[in-house]
Design a protein around this ligand. Structure first.
Ligand code: SAM
Length: 317
């Protein structure tokens, strides 16, 4: 494995282009990948020529990500899971930065579905929604991944958009992909309390004869006491991180992915680790974490966040 930028018993931070770094890691050495790659055409992470997101077309962007995830597939255990967060954007064709494009000073603007400000391209018409997340998902499916869920990350606090001829964007996608048909998945770890209405309906269904001649509902099944399946729409507020100057996801996003998709004691990888939110979630859940980023500045932010974070429950001295 590449010499780590930082390493201890539970965390390794590796520096470089994810495509190269992944090639140095052992096959099958991680149990779960949770990541949010740079979005297409939108931000400059000062990663020079190798940074992803600055490709000249959606097809090239998808090809670059497909290469990263081919590497991730090699290092993922056969029963491992990949949780991939991606947002979409519109093509503006204006050729100059719009009010909400690569806005480094406003990480909170991540909540926006942003225009891509480039002129003279023939792969989209101005105003087209590019459908980037699904393009990537289909490419990964074609490369052999099983696409198991398309989770909508609904952002209740998404920034308003000053548009008048379409609806404002308030979600991003979170895809669950797996390497194999059967894989590690602990649904019980992320179950939610049953809704009041479901509990009431279950009680009603189980009540014996209410009126003469009424039959019990034999089709109804008692509610399990483990809680409900959380479903594929997750409402989580964005939480901008001032020091990162770019879009970090809130720790509430990777946490359920790791709780359900990484076996206890396993290792979680983020090949675009940025300010280390995935590693933070892994730390909170007692899993080991590996983060790869092309820019050392972000690893330093991640290290500071991890050392500032309270120890997981039960380990505080
Ligand atoms: C959207 S940010 C990830 C944010 C992260 N989820 C968090 O919450 O902090 C994307 C990251 O990918 C990094 N990056 C860009 N191109 C890369 C490449 N080729 N290899 C590795 N990292 C890259 C950027 O430096 C940036 O930190």
């Amino acid at each position: 494995m590449t010499d780590p930028y930082y390493s201890d018993d539970t965390l390794s931070l590796l520096l470089g282009d994810a495509r190269n770094v992944l090639a140095t890691m052992d096959m099958g050495s991680v149990n779960c990948v949770v990541t949010s790659p740079p979005y297409f055409g939108l931000r400059d992470y000062e990663g020079h020529g190798d940074q992803i997101g600055s490709e000249s077309s959606p097809a090239r962007y998808v090809a670059a990500l497909a290469e990263v995830f081919a590497g991730a597939r090699r290092v993922l255990a056969d029963d491992g899971t990949l949780w991939l967060n991606l947002g979409d954007c519109y093509y503006s064709g204006r050729g100059n930065p719009g009010p909400n494009s690569a806005d480094e000073k406003q990480p909170a603007r991540r909540g926006w579905t942003r225009p891509l400000d480039r002129s003279g391209q023939d792969w989209a018409k101005p105003k087209d929604l590019l459908g980037i997340p699904w393009r990537v998902a289909f490419a990964l499916q074609d490369a052999g991944w099983y696409l198991r869920n398309a989770i909508v990350w609904h952002k209740p606090n998404a920034m308003p958009e000053s548009v008048r001829d379409r609806l404002a964007g308030r979600h991003e996608m979170l895809f669950l992909l797996t390497k194999s048909r059967r894989y590690w998945f602990d649904l019980d770890a992320i179950r939610e309390p049953h809704a009041e209405s479901t509990i009431a309906a279950a009680h009603r269904a189980r009540r014996p004869y209410e009126a003469p001649g009424q039959r019990p509902n034999t089709k109804s099944r008692p509610l399990g006491d483990k809680g409900a399946n959380p479903g594929d729409v997750w409402s989580i507020n964005t939480r901008p991180l001032t020091e990162a100057h770019f879009a970090t996801f809130p720790v509430e996003l990777p946490r359920p992915c790791i709780a359900a998709g990484c076996r206890p004691g396993g290792t979680v990888l983020d090949p675009f680790s940025g300010a280390g939110t995935t590693a933070l979630a892994a730390q909170q859940l007692g899993r080991r974490a590996i983060g790869i980023d092309i820019n050392a500045k972000y690893h330093n932010i991640a290290l500071k966040r991890m050392s500032d974070a309270p120890l997981p429950f039960g380990e505080a001295s």
